[in-house]
Design a protein around this ligand. Structure first.
Ligand SMILES: [Zn+2]
Length: 253
């Protein structure tokens, strides 16, 4: 499985895009920085997007991705998410106020956008990948995703504080190649991390005791203002599994 990091930060400053990972050139895992990272030619190839939750740092490039490619021949996008997240996108994003409702444009029969509801932990297939959404613990309804092909699997927690079910499911995944999880704030902002459903390096250290498979753990989601401190504290954990994602880099699992 090929994964290109389009953006891996919990905020946006020059050179720092928000959470979006391009899988096998055609599926985007969250969409915080798709139109900001891909050329128009690359954007047309993105057909399917998995959305973990409604927060803007995971969704904000969707309106522009669709707008950029609206008239491109054959362009159509399917967005997969749990019903609560789909409802939020209908009500607050594609609501004809914030942005046009592309689920009925150019017409109801052949819309450029389809919002597809998925059920937690029920596998579905896209382009040879088997995908499962698993609930995590954030301040809005959120799922991580487990993506599997014939060679292996990766598990993406999305934004979460301490959580249980995600790790239970991850521990049952065969041929797990990597875990992707978040560290948004430094330890000094533990209180803020707690109330906003995020992790610090301190939370992460405790959380990773729940992971029973010895695989690399890639980190995303750092708030740009606190990145250097977060990196220093992650190094301080002296855990060889931990790696910070690098924006623009392609990983193979
Ligand atoms: Zn969030």
């Amino acid at each position: 499985m090929k994964l290109r990091v389009l953006g891996c930060y919990g905020g946006n400053i020059p050179g720092h895009g928000m959470t979006a990972f391009l899988v096998n050139d055609a599926i985007s895992l969250d969409a915080g920085w798709v139109s900001g990272a891909l050329s128009l030619k690359e954007q047309v190839r993105v057909k399917d997007i998995l959305i973990s939750h409604s927060h803007l740092d995971h969704t904000c490039s969707l309106p522009f991705l669709i707008d950029n490619n609206f008239s491109a021949p054959g362009f159509a996008l399917r967005i997969y998410a749990i019903p609560e997240v789909i409802a939020s996108m209908k009500n607050h994003l594609f609501n004809n106020h914030t942005w046009p409702d592309f689920t009925c444009l150019p017409n109801d029969l052949t819309p450029v956008l389809k919002l597809v509801e998925i059920a937690p932990e029920e596998p579905f297939e896209i382009n040879g990948l088997t995908i499962r959404a698993v609930h995590v613990s954030h301040i809005v309804p959120t799922t991580g995703f487990i993506l599997e092909d014939r060679k292996g699997a990766i598990a993406f927690s999305s934004d979460t504080g301490p959580t249980e079910r995600f790790w239970e499911v991850v521990n049952t995944v065969k041929r797990l190649r990597a875990v992707i999880t978040e560290t948004s704030f430094p330890n000094e902002l533990q209180e803020l991390a707690n109330v906003s459903g995020h992790m610090t390096p301190g939370t992460l250290e405790i959380e990773l005791r729940k992971l029973k498979t010895d695989v690399p753990v890639y980190l995303y989601g750092g708030k740009p203002k606190h990145l250097e401190k977060i990196k220093r504290q992650i190094r301080g954990l002296k855990d060889d599994r931990l790696k910070m994602f690098v924006q623009g880099r392609t990983y193979r699992f």
